[in-house]
Design a protein around this ligand. Structure first.
Ligand code: FES
Ligand SMILES: [Fe+2]
Length: 331
């Protein structure tokens, strides 16, 4: 099996690993690109992320506690500030010198869109911009982070593909959809996303009425779907009445064959319907993708000849080409 997570070039990018609300008074363990990390919040609310391994005897720091904004190791009580500095070694006595190698090598961490983003290595990219996040007409809905037993590239491949809609999404919006996919033109959608614009008539069952804002059997959607390397996909939906529904689909590699998945929604609706009710339909769609993808073993072949491609695969083939380029895979 080809490993993509070991590519140094994946360093410097930002990966969402938790929701902000998940990090409260206790340290939290996360696994990103095969590495175990600990995330905690200091007294000023600032987040810190570091390898989940105490430099003293390798105890998992995520099993410790946060005391006065400092991370305290559960094994011998060494303490660490949000900048990773070891601030105390109780066995050496108060105010004693701390060994220079006792400090933690922290990763960059940011909170954006209700998510905690970690950047291993020196940041060389930015978190993609969702302009609606600063627009008061839109509300943002977070939906929780789930674990999928799926290789992250397979998720991105799936989110860029709509030829699976009539087959996978039979319990939501796919029933009766024309399987024909017209020729897709790819282009830069804005500074951060590359993809395509298309129109679709989607089935609008009763469960979809809160999301679409319409009770017609079929709703017309103007959509765009695009990616921001390495793994972020954005899908925008505009209904004929002006209602917009923006989806940020975030897939993060835990390791080569397991991923974190969360999605964030922005809507310019009248804010009267309960947020969680609005995302129930999208959750059901995601569950259909998860069910399908968890049947597909291994990582996605990155070589040009590893898979058979047809016209409708154009967007995912383009993502795969750029991703293979990024990780230096043979094509
Ligand atoms: S292992 Fe963490 S303080 Fe000893
Ligand atoms: Fe899907």
């Amino acid at each position: 099996m080809t490993s993509f997570i070991t590519a140094d070039t994946l360093e410097g990018h930002w990966y969402p690993v938790l929701e902000s609300a998940d990090v409260d008074s206790d340290p939290v363990a996360v696994r990103l690109l095969g590495d175990d990390l600990v995330v905690w919040r200091g007294t000023d609310g600032r987040l810190a992320a570091a390898p989940d391994r105490c430099p003293h005897r390798e105890a998992p720091l995520s099993r410790g506690s946060v005391v006065g904004g400092e991370l305290e190791c559960r094994y011998h009580g060494w303490t660490f500030g949000v900048d990773g500095r070891c601030t105390g070694v109780p066995s050496s006595g108060k105010g004693s010198a701390v060994p220079p190698t006792a400090h933690l090598d922290c990763c960059s961490v940011q909170e954006r869109y209700g998510l905690v983003w970690i950047c291993p290595g020196k940041p060389k990219a930015t978190i993609p911009t969702i302009v609606q996040d600063d627009d008061p007409v839109f509300r943002r809905i977070n939906t929780g982070v789930d674990t999928w037993a799926v290789s992250t590239p397979r998720m991105v491949d799936n989110f860029l593909d709509f030829s699976h809609f009539p087959y996978v999404h039979t319990g939501t919006f796919g029933t009766g959809l024309d399987p024909f996919v017209p020729k897709l033109e790819l282009g830069q959608l804005d500074d951060d996303f590359y993809g395509y614009v298309y129109e679709v008539d989607a089935a609008n069952p009763e469960e979809a009425v809160v999301t679409s804002g319409s009770d017609d059997d079929v709703v017309h959607r103007l959509m765009s779907t695009g990616f921001s390397l390495p793994f972020i996909v954005r899908s925008t939906i505009r209904y004929d009445d002006g209602l917009e529904h923006i989806l940020l689909l975030c897939s993060t590699p835990i390791d080569d064959t397991n991923s974190l998945f969360t999605f964030v929604v922005w809507r310019n609706d009248d804010h009267s319907t309960d947020a969680q009710e609005i995302v129930e339909f999208d959750r059901a769609i995601g569950a259909e993708d998860k069910l399908m993808l968890e049947m597909v073993p291994g990582t996605l072949a990155l070589s040009r000849t590893g898979l058979v491609n047809v016209q409708s695969d154009k967007p995912s083939v383009e993502w795969r080409r750029r991703f293979a380029d990024l990780v230096g895979a043979e094509q």
